[in-house]
Design a protein around this ligand. Sequence first.
Ligand code: ADP
Ligand code: MG
Length: 693
Amino acid sequence: MSLAEQPVTLLKGVGARNAQKLARISIESVQDLLFHLPLRYQDRTRVQPIGAVRRGDQVVIEGEVDVAEIKYGRRRSLLVRLSDGTGGIILRFFYFSNAQRQALARGVRLRCFGEVRNGPNSLEMVHPEYQRVDPDEPLQTEEALTPIYPTTEGVHQLTLRGLMPQALALLEQGPSGLQELLPDTLLQRFQLGSLVRALVFLHRPPPDADQQQLLAGTHPAQQRLAFEELLAHQISLRKLRSQHQRTHATALSLESQLKQRLLSDIPFSLTSAQARVIDEIGQDLTRSYPMQRLVQGDVGAGKTIVSALAAIQAIAAGAQVALMAPTELLAEQHLSSFSQWLEPLGINIAWLTGRMKGRARSLALEVIASGEVQLIVGTHALFQDDVVFNDLGLVIIDEQHRFGVHQRLALREKGRRQGHAPHQLIMTATPIPRTLAMTAYADLDLSVIDSLPPGRKPVTTAVISDQRRDEVVERVRAACAEGRQAYWVCTLIEESEALQCQAAEESARMLSEALPELRVGLVHGRIKAEQKEQVMGAFKAGSLDLLIATTVIEVGVDVPNASLMIIENAERLGLAQLHQLRGRVGRGSAESHCVLMYHAPLSLNAKSRLAILRESGDGFYIAQKDLEMRGPGEVLGTRQTGDMQLRIADLVRDQKLLDDVRQVAEMILRDHPVQAEQLINRWLGQRADYGRA
Ligand code: ADP
Ligand code: MG
């Protein structure tokens, strides 16, 4: 029986209670236990000469007590001086019993384990683990480094350390317990060791193992496991993708007449990046399986017109198109662009949001179902149950990072009938670094609009302490006096939304007082949608000078006259988000500025993060840096990585494995389909579906 099928309850010491606790950290089988790897190690394999230990070392030492005494300083403590002929060290105890004190008498021999630190007069160990040594019966040392496991949910270190040898014994019993799924030829070609050897090594590393490598996660044994995990994910996504390609979609043939008419109507010509992406989409739509394309383009790169041309191709071929935006405001903005662009071409457009009720709503549903309208613009209300499309051929999702995977899935399911699905075009302004795109998004085709339309002026960015808030307020006054508009963004000060809104209200009061001549508006999450839109509308129309907001304005407001963006507590936001916010200015002809205000003291890390933003306006560069500094969960947002849980691999640390992983995935899928399935099972189990969204 394989170790994946053997429950942990087979091990000595695992009763119902422990089993339950283990299950909470997803350890149910013996194999799960073996994949629970140590975070770090202690070296108890040798006794160090006291004269050789240094501050920060975690070591075993052995020596004789010279003297033990109680000191009454700021805190009463028991100090024991231990020496071994090479040097001496102080053992310090703040908590001790009388019996303990008496046992630590001069001449007693002790073996201790602990961390060495600087004391007032010499090196010390505070509360070391210790044991008395009988000179006639010397103690053994450990044969392997001692693993320290991640412990949560009441599962104790010693429990795990007690169970592991049993699991390892089962593992070493024979090849049937944990099958090697990577064929020999691949192991050799990519210089990978065996899985079993890697696991044994990591739970029981020999004394000379490279601890620094282990701590960094770059030891070949760890990399062997990371490789297999990434491989399993890659294989699973590729399988989903090929399944997907067997789904049928209506082929929407290329069209040029209407496209040409639109292109001659708009006041600009496409950038070559836009033209390339439009070609890629155009080709996809002509296929008889559904397009799944993610278009990435920095804020202002001009994604909307690209999606309009895709919509035209679908509509000209007789299909309906649904365009979904994450907020009503953004949907409305799209409605206005698309109406201006497409209505002159004879295309009918409907509008559907969650707030539409009664007759307006039933009318909209009617024209959608009858096919009278070819384009439907709206929010996620588009995929509510009572919305029936006549012939949905293309779904366009804007600013997809704002939608959960499930919403994306729901809209796709919506158009799916009898093995038939609509094409899908997904647009995002959050640049996804290549490594992430290759893993988390391996089920999608990628297009990148990698240049901005000509003539955009970079936004000058300053990083300023909030102690200089008065100066910043003066900048707002000056900009507005010139007829420009400004944003003042209050970021997350506390985790709680309520407190965040409170902070925005506070800032609004302060700013209205300091700038009585300005017309000030306020939007935050607790303000009713209707009122929010009214304020945003007023700002857009130029009847407000200053807009104070929480990060709700991140997506999609387009006010070219706004030239100044102030962001409070900028150090608390991710770089990608700051970049998005900054993208709200620099849309018009005026010189634009962004002030990143921070609250001192600024950590070194925060300082260098803000410096990246000051020095670069390139969203992809910024996202790559963000990924390196904060990890993929933060960059993609938990909503999207929630399913992409890696147990061992780390997308940033293990980037360099990815090229090999892709090659191997291809070979295994081609030549070893059974192992491909087993790899998915081993590493993803029930979760193998997530890429379907
Ligand atoms: P985003 O990629 O952020 O969605 P938009 O599609 O909203 O960007 O475009 C931003 C602005 O740039 C719009 O006003 C749009 O009309 C304009 N625009 C788009 N493409 C071009 C181009 N090739 N040349 C000049 N302006 C363009
Ligand atoms: Mg956009």
